[in-house]
Ligand binder design. Structure first.
Ligand code: PAN
Ligand code: ZN
Length: 192
């Protein structure tokens, strides 16, 4: 029997993921254009600022039956009153689910099903979240330290950003009186 070395290293306490098959993707503020409610505040900020990065262990490529393992680090910040968030997506193969878990920091997991019904869950160290198939998902950092979140998803899931970019999610996570609240976007349009 051959004893194999570890393929990569992962720290469950701070989420650091490294190794040969670990890829890093970075999203800057300019990549998130149009997602935040306060366009004027968005334009006044540094477009090159890093909002989040994703380290992902890719041991198999996008094959059916495979799995990807990733860690997202979402930096603290706001555009106007709205907390920094990921772009959000639904899986290209719609029925593919995903696990998320909180490692560091505090945030929100926003999901939306095909009827545009949203859920919001608090992410904190040790919280575990199952995102079912056919469900769009995004995270927001509601704290003032980086939000570090682990994820594991089917390797053939794919990411569809366009399908949800058009109408977006039905809720926003904003700061009101120093605390995070969920704002319904229907209320926003009515000016309430
Ligand atoms: C995560 C996300 C990651 C970045 O790994 O891809 O948090 O968010 P966006 O992809 O919306 O920019 C995941 O859900 N993978 O399927
Ligand atoms: Zn996903």
């Amino acid at each position: 029997m051959m004893i194999l070395p570890s393929q990569a290293s992962f720290s469950p306490s701070n989420g650091r993921l490294s190794g040969e098959q670990v890829n890093r993707a970075v999203r800057r503020l300019k990549d998130l254009r149009g997602l935040f409610a306060d366009e004027a505040a968005f334009l006044a900020m540094d477009p090159e600022q890093i909002v989040y990065e994703v380290h992902a262990h890719d041991a198999c490529g996008p094959v059916e039956g495979g799995l990807f393992f990733g860690v997202s680090t979402l930096f603290p910040g706001k555009v106007g009153q709205e907390y920094f968030m990921t772009k959000g997506h639904i899986h290209e193969r719609r029925n593919r689910g995903e696990y998320y878990w909180g490692i560091e920091g505090r945030g929100a997991l926003v999901t939306m099903n095909e009827r545009r019904e949203a859920t919001v869950a608090v992410i904190e160290p040790g919280s575990l979240h199952y995102v079912p198939g056919n469900t769009a998902h995004r995270i927001a950092n509601t704290g003032n330290v980086p939000l570090v979140v682990g994820a594991c998803w089917p390797a053939d899931a794919g990411h569809d950003y366009d399908a949800i970019a058009e109408r977006g999610f039905p809720v926003r996570i904003v700061e009101e009186n120093g605390a995070p609240v969920v704002r319904n976007r229907e209320d926003e349009r009515d000016g309430r």
